[in-house]
Design a protein. Structure first.
Length: 181
């Protein structure tokens, strides 16, 4: 009977020692990554579209803000150790203004005579059009999708409504064309 009670103690002591060793190794100082001694290519990863503001949720945005992203790109343009920029974009569902701001920042890197490579996972009209204009080289994940639908316009036919309201439209014609008016 005493033998059954005493059996768990060696494994409990072993577990306590392992926990102690693991706890002590986490307290050791960690060495910082070495500063680059030569030219480097800086990589900026945007797995999500940049947040518009600085504060997002309860603990702030989980991804960088637009301002922080533009500052990182500008740092790459000014840093003499950075010889090129690699931008990795996740799903880019941004408005034209956000993408235009990123494109202007990328243009500043190119003005510093540094190559810019843009890699997309997914892209839509705004992100692809403006960023493709700004980057030296483009690549895309083989499983990604390129959502280019172009600009759309819709014609509203309001003649019956105008007739009911008693509004008469004056149409200026430049030649004959079917039933345009």
């Amino acid at each position: 009977m005493n033998r059954l009670i005493a059996a768990p103690w060696p494994s409990a002591c072993l577990l306590a020692c392992a926990t102690l060793v693991a706890g002590c190794t986490s307290c050791l100082p960690r060495s910082e990554p070495a500063e680059p001694s030569g030219p480097v290519a800086q990589e900026i990863v945007l797995s999500e579209p940049p947040a518009a503001g600085e504060a997002g949720g309860l603990f702030g945005p989980s991804h960088p803000s637009l301002r922080a992203t533009v500052e990182a790109i500008d740092h790459a343009a000014k840093d003499p150790l950075v010889k090129g920029l690699f931008l990795r974009f996740g799903g880019m569902k941004n408005g034209w203004a956000t993408v235009a701001e990123l494109a202007r920042a990328i243009a500043r890197v190119r003005a510093a005579h540094k190559p810019v490579h843009c890699h997309f996972e997914n892209a839509d009209n705004a992100s692809f059009a403006l960023l493709a204009e700004s980057c030296d080289r483009l690549s895309m994940t083989p499983a990604g999708y390129l959502d280019l639908v172009g600009l759309a316009a819709q014609v509203l036919y309001a003649e019956p409504l105008l007739d009911k309201l008693g509004v008469r439209a004056e149409v200026v014609r430049m030649g004959r064309f079917k039933n345009a008016a």
